[in-house]
Design a protein around this ligand. Structure first.
Ligand code: TRP
Length: 430
């Protein structure tokens, strides 16, 4: 459970959520994101947990267990998604490490917001990306030790407290109310935008670690006494809470510090532009809180990165019979190299993120909902195990069979051509 929450809560909640919300109209995005999380994300989460716990093996084998060899290719798509996501995720995690060190050594000053570009692109970004990948590989190679679990157990609540504290601090700033308005008050005509729905759906899947078998892999370690519906609620609930709180920090700061311009130049960096600027204005306290904040974020990123690499590594161990250490080392190296272009160009990073979310995660979620909703034998019987008191199985099955595929098809029909265009745009070097 802790590992699953650790996987879900990561850079997605803070970095990705806040930049997407600022790029896509604030509140309209937030409302759609919450709706998609509840109506689409939660049913898919439970579907992954059911398949994983029922099969007790990693994604490729689990799909084959319940669906026969025809479903194996989906497992390969999952592994490819893990590969792609970790490659750029680790680059952003590298920025986070850099910011934690900057905070510690007093590097946050008035110019920090302008320095984002130089921190985020180039040899430095690549170096910190390699460092972060090395640590991730180390943990996965040893197996997820109790060390990392304990660190997460301390630092995740600390992250939560820090985010709460920062939200309170942000509330005291002049100009904060404009931020709240942008974040929380909706223009209902914008909610009806298909583009925002697509982005919100991608974010829901990314933030909940869905659509590529990560939750499935964790569930394969669960016993049959576990209550899966409750687990899905706890994971999704804590994930949404952290994301929502992150918005309560970032938006008041963007408006109070007058950073809207810099943020709109590089929306991807919203979090990395606003927060350090706020810390820079807080003197010594900013140094301490800034360091703690980015350190906790590094830990959140690490537990998420571990889950991404674990999907790839467990597939390599099962499929090719490699020992764990070799699998972690070689796959980690390949992923680190794939991340190089993202470390040198924010635009490449952005496109990788689009492809991963809009195609792989949403497509993977669609395939999984069809699999569990329509072809798997008695999924409801399987969820019921360990959750006898729960009453919403029928609702779950109905959502999974009809609502989830309908929403995902609608969204994918928009997302795939859009992603294709951004890919072509990047390759043709415009
Ligand atoms: N959910 C993580 C975050 O919010 C990222 C992540 C970890 C992920 N494992 C995943 C995303 C699997 C998609 C699939 O930062």
């Amino acid at each position: 459970m802790l590992a699953a929450v650790g996987s879900a809560v990561g850079l997605g909640n803070m970095w990705r959520f806040s930049y997407l919300a600022s790029e896509h109209g604030g509140a309209a995005f937030v409302v759609l994101y919450l709706g998609v999380t509840l109506l689409v994300g939660l049913p898919v989460m439970l579907a992954e947990l059911v398949v994983g716990r029922g099969a007790q093996r990693s994604p490729i084998g689990a799909l084959e267990h319940f669906g026969g060899p025809a479903w194996r290719p989906l497992g390969f798509v999952f592994v490819a998604a893990g590969f792609l996501i970790l490659a750029y995720y680790s680059v952003i995690a590298g920025w986070t490490v850099r910011y934690a060190l900057l905070a510690l050594f007093g590097g946050f000053d008035a110019t920090i917001a302008q320095r984002f570009g130089e921190i985020a692109e180039g040899a430095d970004a690549f170096g910190f990306h390699l460092l972060f990948m090395a640590v991730t590989v180390g943990v996965v190679a040893i197996g997820v030790t109790r060390g990392i679990e304990r660190t997460a157990l301390v630092l995740m609540p600390l992250l939560f407290l820090l985010v709460c504290g920062l939200a309170l601090y942000a509330a005291t700033l002049r100009g904060a109310s404009e931020g709240y308005t942008y974040y929380l008050s909706t223009d209902f005509s914008e909610i009806l935008s298909r583009e925002v729905l697509t982005v919100a759906a991608g974010q829901a899947f990314f933030s909940l670690s869905l659509g590529m078998g990560a939750m499935l892999t964790f569930a394969s370690y669960l016993g049959r006494d576990q209550n899966l519906p409750n687990a899905s609620l706890v994971i999704a609930g804590s994930d949404m809470l952290i994301a929502f709180l992150a918005g309560l920090v970032v938006f008041p700061l963007i408006f109070a510090l007058g950073l809207s311009d810099q943020v709109s130049d590089s929306t991807v960096g919203a979090l990395f532009i606003t927060l350090p600027q706020a810390f820079a204005g807080m003197g010594l306290a900013g140094r301490v809180v800034g360091f703690l904040f980015f350190a906790a974020l590094v830990v959140g990123a690490l537990t998420s990165a571990i889950s991404l690499l674990e999907v790839v590594v467990s597939a390599t161990i099962d499929g090719w019979g490699w020992p764990r250490r070799r699998a972690a080392l070689r796959m980690g190296l390949a992923i680190a190299l794939l991340g190089a272009p993202a470390a040198w160009s924010l635009e490449v990073l952005d496109v990788m993120d689009h492809v991963a979310n809009n195609v792989f995660l949403l497509g993977g979620g669609l395939a999984l909902s069809l699999f569990v909703g329509w072809t798997m034998d008695d999924p409801v019987g399987e969820v019921r195990v360990g959750a006898e008191g729960v009453r919403w199985f029928f609702l779950w099955r109905t959502l999974l069979r009809f609502v989830v595929p309908a929403v995902l098809l609608f969204v994918l029909a928009d997302a795939i051509p859009d992603t294709w265009r951004s890919l072509v745009g990047l390759l043709s070097g415009d």
